[in-house]
Design a protein. Structure first.
Ligand SMILES: *Cc1c(COP(=O)(O)O)cnc(C)c1O
Length: 367
């Protein structure tokens, strides 16, 4: 008997995605004008809990737009967690600003709010909180710090559609937030992103920057340098179909995550993240942290999983070890946890039996 390989992630396109994309093709509305874009933006505000949502062509450009609209420019510093997807740090660089890296909290690897005061300088412009792997960051502590010091708070919610803090969705706590709809994210449009905010002036500026800087009142007049970061109607058509099934997609992920935890909590050689009290996480990928392991041992376990047909990937390398963002400060928590972290498969195409098989395989290869 040969078991088929278990993929780390895969999109779930089983709803109206095909019909809506077909409508784009049949009507000719395949570029960045069309009702799916406005429908998607409007529907998304129910998930982000914000007044406004501005779609973009990916999550990285959403970050760039948000930082520009929040006034980030050369000479500024922006504090962000050292463990994140590289896009968070890259977008700060695109603005000519400097990413200032903070160490992580154990388990969730989210930004440690105790780092913020230590990292603040006269050049600090704001803080990006990242809800890593779907677990909410401490938005109350971060928001209070930002407010007390006149800084912006931008949430990177790229991996956390639908997560909540005190019953309120992530994305609704900062001055703005961004989401990603890459193919492996909780909601996908293939490639895609969104900036959300309650600030009407910020929304207006985001739309202007997204569309080459064109004045909305005067066609072909460009008062400032802008970008072409627009989402297509085809991307948005997929997004609208995804949001129709959002609750079901999340419920399936929660079911799989519960199954994972019921197994993994009985392992005596792995650590799991503890979801902070008062928050609801959304399972993006299922992380395990091998107790006492280093990066070499972790990589060997991933190779052994692969041999048995189970795909996995390393938890993000901290930014401070990458050539572009090197920092000499010590990051003891990020270094320890990221080196021994493995992300296991989690997507709606998995069955509970698949989860059982992943856990049995992990037990075998770590024994
Ligand atoms: C996926 C992701 C992004 C944006 O990525 P895109 O691939 O450009 O959509 C930004 N931040 C984090 C934390 C992410 O996981």
């Amino acid at each position: 008997m040969t078991d088929s390989p278990i993929a780390l992630a895969q999109p779930d396109l089983g709803g109206n995605e095909l019909a809506y994309v077909q409508e784009c093709l049949e009507t000719g509305w395949i570029s960045s004008i069309g009702h799916f874009i406005t429908d998607f933006e409007k529907a998304f505000t129910a998930i982000s809990g914000t007044q406004h949502a501005v779609a973009s062509n990916n999550g990285t450009t959403a970050l760039h737009l948000a930082l520009l609209a929040l006034g980030v420019g050369p000479g500024d510093e922006v504090i962000l967690p050292t463990v994140t997807y590289v896009a968070t740090a890259n977008a700060v660089k695109y603005c000519g600003a400097t990413p200032v890296l903070a160490d992580s909290l154990p388990g969730t690897l989210n930004i440690d709010p105790a780092e913020l005061e230590r990292l603040r300088t006269p050049r600090t412009k704001g803080v990006i909180s990242v809800h890593l792997y779907g677990i909410p960051a401490d938005v109350h502590a971060i928001g209070a710090f930002c407010e007390a010091n006149g800084l912006f708070h931008l949430e990177d919610a790229a991996e956390s559609h639908g997560a909540t803090v005190g019953g309120k969705p992530v994305g609704s706590f900062g001055d703005a937030a961004i989401f990603s709809f890459f193919g492996n994210k909780i909601v996908t449009t293939g490639e895609g992103g969104m900036v959300v905010t309650d600030d009407a002036a910020l929304e207006k500026h985001l739309r202007l920057l997204r569309g080459q800087g064109m004045d909305p009142e005067r066609r072909y007049w460009f008062p400032e340098v802008g970008y072409n970061y627009r989402m297509t109607n085809i991307q948005a058509a997929i997004g609208v179909a995804q949001l129709e099934r959002f609750d079901a997609l999340l419920a399936k992920r929660q079911e799989l995550a519960h199954r994972y935890v019921s197994h993994l909590a009985t392992f005596d050689d792995v650590d799991l993240a503890v979801v902070p009290e008062g928050t609801v996480a959304v399972p993006w990928l299922q992380n395990v942290y091998l107790r006492g392991a280093d990066g070499e041992r972790r990589d060997a376990v991933m190779a052994a999983l692969k041999e048995e047909g189970v795909d996995s990937r390393p938890v993000f390398y901290p930014m401070h070890v990458l050539p572009a963002f090197e920092s000499a400060r010590p990051f003891p928590v990020a270094d320890d946890w990221s080196a021994r972290g493995i992300s296991l498969p989690l997507h709606t195409g998995l069955s509970l039996d698949d989860v059982d098989r992943v856990c049995e395989t992990l037990a075998r290869v770590t024994a």
